[in-house]
Design a protein around this ligand. Structure first.
Ligand code: TYR
Length: 285
């Protein structure tokens, strides 16, 4: 493919996508913008982008593909700003946010202007953030979800996939609502639980200073994602509030069940609880 790609937000995801696109489409110029000038300079210096611009307008004007890769609240603001700017007729705008319903709603003014917006979510990452953590192989074999609207022209979805083929990700199409439910269950809620486990351990320091020294193995595994960007996760929780509140109620019920089992020292049911979890976990693809 040829043309210009504009990446807004040069962090781990934006930077990695820029690298994948540059690797796959050698003729393409990848231009980048980041609110943090240092981050943009770094991206240019590392060769993650070809050009750095200091305004949205400068990057958006000639772009054939615009990727918004910022925390979801910022993405909403950028979608509104893009709706006010002159853009190419055939430009495709996509984002990489972890939530899709609110963002798809916010893209309405852009869509009403006749611009193609297709929500996207590469389901890979790490607890590390920033362009220095960017890498070409980040998305290999990961799921990359798209949430087009029913009216989206299938050709535009194919064009977007062609732009992103260098990610080597597995593309999948779901509705924004299904997306937010699925990611709520398998990503957002587990992040919240990881943070809560860390809070519990931190509070236990009052009882014994050995807590942090002994927090290894399983504790480290299950809480790795608690090291993720707080701003990003604040936004995700707020944007997927309804789903997460529902999951929290389900979790409360689940814990209540465990309390009852323990109070009655029901050994066989406690065994079954772990056994069922193990079977499901072992059976994951
Ligand atoms: N949970 C992933 C990890 O650190 C990273 C991630 C975060 C992926 C948010 C997707 C996402 O929407 O392993």
């Amino acid at each position: 493919m040829e043309g210009r790609v504009f990446v807004i937000g040069l962090g781990l995801i934006g930077g990695s996508l820029a690298l994948c696109i540059k690797e796959e489409h050698k003729e393409v110029i990848v231009c980048g913008y980041d609110i943090n000038e240092e981050q943009a300079k770094l991206a240019k210096m590392m060769g993650v982008i070809d050009e750095s611009v200091r305004s949205l307008e400068a990057g958006a004007r000639d772009a054939d593909l615009i990727i918004i890769s910022t925390p979801v609240t910022v993405t909403e603001q950028i979608l509104e700003q893009l709706a006010e700017l002159p853009l190419k007729d055939n430009v495709i705008v996509t984002d990489t946010g972890s939530t899709k319903t609110t963002i798809t709603d916010k893209a309405r003014s852009l869509i009403e202007k006749g611009t193609c917006f297709i929500g996207g979510h590469p389901m890979a990452g790490s607890h590390k953030s920033g362009v220095t953590a960017a890498k070409k192989i980040l998305f290999e074999n990961a799921f990359y979800l798209f949430t087009p609207r029913q009216e989206t022209n299938p050709k535009e979805i194919e064009t977007l996939k062609a732009w992103l083929v260098g990610t080597k990700a597995k593309f999948l199409i779901v509705s924004p609502e299904e997306h937010d439910y699925l990611t709520g269950v398998i990503s957002h809620f587990p992040h919240l639980i990881a943070a809560s486990l860390v809070h519990q351990a931190a509070a236990a320091e009052d009882h014994s200073a050995l807590v942090s020294r002994l927090a290894a193995g399983g504790f480290r595994d299950i809480t790795r994602i608690a090291s993720s960007s707080p701003a990003m996760w604040r936004d995700i929780l707020l944007h997927n509030r309804t789903v997460i509140l529902e999951l929290l109620l389900g979790w409360e019920n689940e814990m209540q069940k465990v309390i009852t089992l323990l109070e009655s020292s029901d050994a066989s049911e406690i065994y079954r609880y772990f056994d069922e979890a193990k079977n499901y976990r072992d059976g994951l693809p």
